[in-house]
Design a protein around this ligand. Structure first.
Ligand SMILES: [Zn+2]
Length: 255
């Protein structure tokens, strides 16, 4: 029997924060629409620059380009990552869930130099078992939402959140890029952060940052010095290795 979550917090044990890659079938999906045409005319132009960060620490990538473990699959830095928020199921202590998420997104945006664009709230629900089939000209914003383990089985046990993205090949057998993804936060875990540490917003933000790390392509590491450690031992910000990973993930190809 596992202890109730709040007991685990008090005993200094950890809250698991997990990665679930969306079921992405790797399909050929050429660069699409007006952005692709604009780039043909004006050339590549990334939207922002990654941050300067001190070297060090440890990081890992969820997926890498064919034949090169040091070359991660990433989002296109010349295109904004559109995202929507479904605030349904957010904890009562969170005054403005959209604001809360946006602040965390801005941190990831700052380090990666990837631009995120908030498309507003939505009624969409997370569907982690669905197979995503990309099609030309269709854009599916990243969905950031809350759910319970009854709806999203990947949140069972002590999992506080999941995050991941779908990669597609730009040419058959060629380089991959992320095109959509999601972050789903466990409603019960977020409810139970209230009052346990006295800093529920910092703990909650750490979970959101960790899952956003997965969304842009960071995998777990063995070091508890990093926020991408698979359990939260009280760290509330990215570690040096996390930051280096985020910077690397902001330097993908423009497609
Ligand atoms: Zn994780």
């Amino acid at each position: 029997m596992s202890q109730p979550l709040s007991e685990r917090w008090r005993s200094g044990a950890a809250l698991l924060i997990s990665v679930v890659a969306l079921v992405g079938i790797i399909l050929w999906a050429p660069a699409e629409g007006p952005a692709g045409i604009r780039r043909l005319i004006f050339g590549e132009d990334r939207l922002r620059d990654p941050a300067d960060v001190p070297a060090g620490g440890t990081h890992a990538f969820i997926d890498n380009q064919p034949g090169d473990p040091d070359d991660p699959v990433a989002w296109d830095p010349c295109d904004a990552i559109h995202y929507e928020i479904n605030p349904d199921g957010a904890p009562d202590w969170m005054d403005d869930p959209a604001d809360f998420v946006e602040e965390a997104v801005e941190i990831v945006e700052h380090y990666t130099g990837l631009e995120f664009e908030y498309d507003g709230t939505t009624d969409r629900r997370p569907e982690w078992d669905r197979v995503f089939v990309p099609s030309l000209g269709r854009r599916e914003p990243v969905l950031i939402s809350w759910a319970t383990e009854d709806e999203v089985r990947q949140l069972e046990e002590d999992v506080a959140g999941i995050g991941g993205s779908v990669a597609v090949e730009v040419t058959p057998g060629g380089r991959k890029r992320y095109v959509t993804g999601g972050v789903t936060l466990d409603s019960d875990s977020f409810d139970q952060l209230d009052g346990v540490f006295g800093a529920d917003d910092e703990e909650g933000r750490a979970i959101v940052l960790h899952e956003l790390g997965h969304l842009v392509g960071l995998d777990h590491v063995d070091s508890s010095e990093e926020l991408m450690f698979s359990e939260n031992l009280g760290r509330t910000d990215f570690g040096t290795g996390d930051l280096n990973g985020l910077v690397a993930l902001g330097q993908g190809d423009c497609f």
